[in-house]
Ligand binder design. Structure first.
Ligand code: MN
Length: 568
């Protein structure tokens, strides 16, 4: 049911109220196309409604430009529509206010998005819907504005949609942005991939679909649906760039999607496909057994079809298809199907939590407050982590971590714990020893080897990929430099004897910590029979004066009888 129909049917609903408020607020305003401005907010709200968001979100989508573009008082919206709608409208307005120009504004924009994302996903989803409608109608804007909006869409919104699991939205963004970003390449590509060529491919795919239906029927598989597509210009261009501009290496120009009832049928259908057309070696991907980090599940294979054309087949269940297409919004759908139509901020937060994005976001947020972090570094880290493909690796205990593709054992080590990262010496991948700069692959079983007292090395920065690892390495190196400015990088071992008592080690280590000296290791040696232990503590300190002062302080701890020290 369209929003207009909904409004007619339930004139007292929240959506209807928002409809009238927005219509009045934008009265007389025209878009560049000449049509009423209200059409834009209505279209945005239709998209939000198509994504199965609740009526609070649909109302907020209708109101999303009333503050920025119609000068409505935010207080009015709060009074008329309540706290929740106001929060969403205000959130969208905040994101819109940031213009995307240079790197610093870019970070700021991302930060606002991220804040909104961790606070309430609906803010971001409304913004994505707003952007989608603006992109669909971008042609009428002035050249400069087109470029800026297309760039922002390509660099921020398309990857974000991907990360949220909204795959068709992500590629629609790419395809819509492409002609404005690379008009020259777009024209060239149109000459290679002509309208006639595309029409021909579609006829080809129709024939393949009919054959496939027959084959599947022979094997008693009745697919729910078979769809196909020819890759759009924008995503085609992206793919070609990855492969030295070669058209021949784009294996998914033609794609066929088979939707079946259950997982067993997925594998059965894959077998049927491979029996009909030879698969390309090494191109079978099982994202059902190993889903992508954003939750994507499907079987993929590339086969050599008639006339030596390469076709990508994607096989998945109805449920997977829904999850893959709707991404995060599928969660909203399930919630609503579950009976309750209400949807609180808290639940939206939980979904973000489930996506495991939030923890990363808060890490960035903290780092944004750190003046030592340059915005370029941070931007780079965000781009890598939010916007790139991820891999899955497994710990010896069977925990699965997702890391950016290209990650090394050092990233994995820091992902487990900063202490593990700092002290790592090497790694075993699938039982074999590898150096720390080894590139990890999805499905690898990784075990980190550590050595007590070890410190990060400068050269780790050459291959550490995650922001978390790089940030930690940099900060430890910084501490190291400022702590040992005057002396060579030696450590000191303190040997402490004394009467054993509860809390002795804790008291000693807190004295050391208060002197701002790093403890590298603590060992306690039981002196058999004599009752009194010897405590050995290696510290990151070598300046003789500081060492002497520290030894003095340690000797004042209750029940300590003797303190000696030597360089190690
Ligand atoms: Mn708008």
């Amino acid at each position: 049911m369209s929003i207009k129909e909904q409004v007619k049917k339930h004139p007292e609903s929240l959506v209807a109220k928002a409809y009238r408020f927005a219509e009045q607020a934008h009265a007389g305003q025209k878009r560049k196309t000449g049509e009423p401005y209200f059409n834009h907010v209505l279209a945005t709200a239709e998209i939000v409604s198509d994504w199965n968001l609740d009526e609070t979100a649909v109302a907020a989508a209708l109101l999303h430009d009333t503050i920025e573009d119609a000068d409505k008082d935010p207080a009015d919206i709060r009074r008329e529509f309540g706290e929740e709608v106001y929060f969403l409208v205000d959130g969208v307005a905040k994101i819109s206010r940031v213009k995307y120009r240079q790197a610093s504004a870019q970070v700021d924009n991302l930060r606002k998005l991220i804040l909104a994302l961790s606070e309430d996903l609906r803010v971001v989803l409304i913004k994505l819907a707003d952007r989608l409608h603006n992109m669909r109608t971008l042609a009428v804007l002035p050249r400069e504005k087109q470029k800026r909006i297309a760039l922002e869409t390509d660099e921020v919104y398309a990857p974000l949609a991907y990360r949220l699991g909204m795959h068709s939205l992500s590629s629609e963004f790419q395809n819509l942005a492409f002609p404005f970003l690379h008009p020259e390449d777009y024209r060239k590509l149109q000459q290679v991939v002509t309208k006639e060529f595309i029409a021909e491919q579609i006829r080809y795919l129709e024939r393949i679909r009919d054959k496939l239906s027959e084959f599947l029927k022979e094997h008693h598989i009745s697919p729910r649906e078979i769809k196909f597509r020819v890759k759009g210009y924008g995503s085609l261009y992206k793919k070609m760039q990855k492969h030295q501009n070669s058209f021949d290496r784009v294996y998914d120009l033609l794609a066929m999607r088979i939707i079946v009832s259950d997982v067993a049928e997925c594998y059965a259908a894959l077998g049927v496909i491979h029996a009909a057309w030879p698969p390309l070696p090494g191109r079978i991907k099982d994202y059902i057994a190993m889903p992508k980090p954003n939750g994507y599940r499907s079987l993929h294979t590339n086969v050599i079809g008639p006339d030596n054309k390469i076709i990508e087949f994607q096989v998945r269940t109805t449920q997977m298809e829904e999850d893959n297409e709707l991404g995060v919004t599928a969660h909203f759908l399930y919630k609503q199907r579950g009976g309750s139509m209400s949807f609180a901020k808290q639940e939206s937060k939980q979904i973000a939590e489930e996506l495991r994005i939030v923890r990363q976001l808060h890490d960035w947020q903290e780092r944004l407050g750190n003046p030592e972090e340059s915005s370029d570094d941070l931007l780079e880290a965000m781009k890598i982590e939010l916007f790139r493909d991820r891999i899955f690796v497994v710990t010896p205990r069977g925990d699965v971590f997702d890391l950016p593709s290209g990650a090394t054992p050092i990233d994995f080590a820091y992902h487990i714990h900063s202490e593990v990262g700092d002290t790592s010496t090497g790694a075993k991948v699938n039982g074999k020893l590898v150096p720390l700069d080894h590139t990890l692959r999805s499905g690898d079983l990784v075990e980190i080897l550590t050595q007590k007292g070890k410190k990060p090395s400068e050269h780790w920065l050459a291959f550490a990929k995650t922001g978390a690892a790089r940030g930690r390495i940099r900060s430890v190196l910084r501490q190291k430099r400022s702590g040992t400015l005057l002396s060579s990088a030696l450590h000191t071992e303190f040997k402490i004897s004394g009467r054993d008592r509860v809390g002795l080690i804790k008291d000693i280590t807190s004295v050391i910590a208060r002197a701002r000296v790093n403890i590298l290791s603590v060992n306690q040696q039981e002196n058999a029979g004599r009752g009194n232990p010897t405590i050995r503590i290696v510290c990151d300190v070598s300046d003789p004066e500081r060492v002497a002062r520290l030894a003095e302080k340690i000797s004042t701890v209750a029940s300590v009888t003797e303190v000696t020290h030597h360089a190690v």
